[in-house]
Ligand binder design. Structure first.
Ligand code: UFG
Length: 332
């Protein structure tokens, strides 16, 4: 039995591939390398990497059959909130239409299990904190909207074709692999922790704090930061859940259940790096909810998932280790 990972050369995808291989799984990666990095699929893991778009149904069916794939983990997508507002059709095309084509290939090849990379952005402005899976979903940007549309697609594909799915709604992924040379490398970078660490590396002068007048204790936005290796483990457990014969379309929040403000993240990074990390308050970023914290009770209860790297200092330290060793990210 082989697991096909789309987007396996991306940030969370590459860590999941490493986690699966280290647990004895046979893995194959499909990645267009538009935003992924060839170097993120480590040669030492001995994983075949197919460089094509998930909309190429003929190639996808061929790879699914040739490798006797039983489960797909689907990361391949565009994932920049700001870009999705500027260019929503790109997101509908790549994310929604791309997933529809992927499912078409899976149904043709009779591969009927999928684990999907979803997001807390499906909730939009949450009604209450912490957020539970059944809470209102009203995305405030096309990125979240397309991820929610895909979750709904799984519901109908389950009824029509018997496709079983697990959607994993990540909160704020951060950190890097503790021992292997893989980590976060986005071009351009927009995420808080890598930006802070670029300041510590001397690549940026300062970090802009997007708003300090939110209704939170110190006025800056609160997020639930979750270590990428804990996310990787959740994917492995979700595959197990489907292989145990679970039917239907389910969704789980993945977070630590505790929130840190932008100011707190900067303070922790100052301690971890020993760098003063100059910061300056700047205007709010459009569409940022003041607070996002997961209730991940269901992932614990149903998947048996317990995050292990829950200390923010540990999360930042693992990212710092990667950024120091790879100040320019992947060299491809
Ligand atoms: N922030 C700053 N300065 C920066 C960058 C970010 O103050 O230079 C703030 C943001 O305003 C936000 C927090 O830091 O309050 C975290 O921002 P990120 O961009 O790192 O992450 P987001 O919470 O905006 O987004 C993440 C994922 C999205 C996902 C979203 C929903 O990156 O893909 O969570 O949970 F949609």
């Amino acid at each position: 039995m082989t697991i096909l990972v789309t987007g396996g050369a991306g940030y969370i995808g590459s860590h999941t591939v490493a986690e699966l291989v280290q647990h004895g799984e046979s893995v194959v990666v499909v990645d267009s390398l538009q935003t992924g990095h060839r170097g993120a699929v480590l040669a030492s893991l001995n994983v075949p990497l197919y460089d094509f778009d998930i909309r190429d149904t003929a190639q996808m069916v061929d790879v699914l059959q040739r490798h006797a794939v039983d489960t797909v983990i689907h990361f391949a997508a565009n994932s920049l909130v700001g870009e999705s507002v500027q260019n929503p059709l790109k997101y509908y095309d790549n994310n929604v239409a791309g997933t529809a084509k992927l499912l078409e290939a899976m149904v043709q090849a009779n591969v009927l299990c999928i684990v999907f990379s979803s997001t807390a952005a499906v909730y939009g402005l949450p009604e209450r904190m912490p957020i539970r899976e059944a809470d209102r979903k009203l995305p405030t940007n096309p990125y979240g909207e397309t991820k929610l549309a895909i979750e709904r697609m799984f519901h109908w594909a389950n009824q029509a074709y018997g496709l079983s799915s697990v959607s994993l709604r990540y909160f704020n992924a951060a950190g890097a692999h503790p021992t292997l040379p893989i980590g976060e490398d986005h071009q351009p970078e927009s995420h808080l922790i890598p930006i802070i660490l670029q300041v510590a590396l001397g690549q940026r002068e300062k970090v802009n704090i997007f708003g300090d007048d939110y209704d939170t204790a110190d006025g800056t936005c609160i997020r639930d930061y979750i270590h990428v290796m804990d996310l990787a483990k959740a994917h492995r457990l979700a595959v197990q859940y489907l292989r145990n014969g679970e039917k239907g379309a389910s969704a789980f929040n993945l977070g630590n259940g505790s929130g840190f403000s932008v100011q707190e993240v900067i303070d922790v990074a100052r301690k971890v790096t020993g760098h003063p990390i100059p910061a300056q308050v700047s205007p709010r970023r459009a569409g940022d909810p003041p607070q996002l914290i997961a209730d991940a009770t269901e992932a614990h209860r149903v998947l048996g998932w317990t995050p292990e790297r829950t200390e923010l200092a540990e999360i930042v330290a693992s990212a710092w280790q990667w950024h120091q060793a790879h100040p320019q990210g992947y060299q491809d």
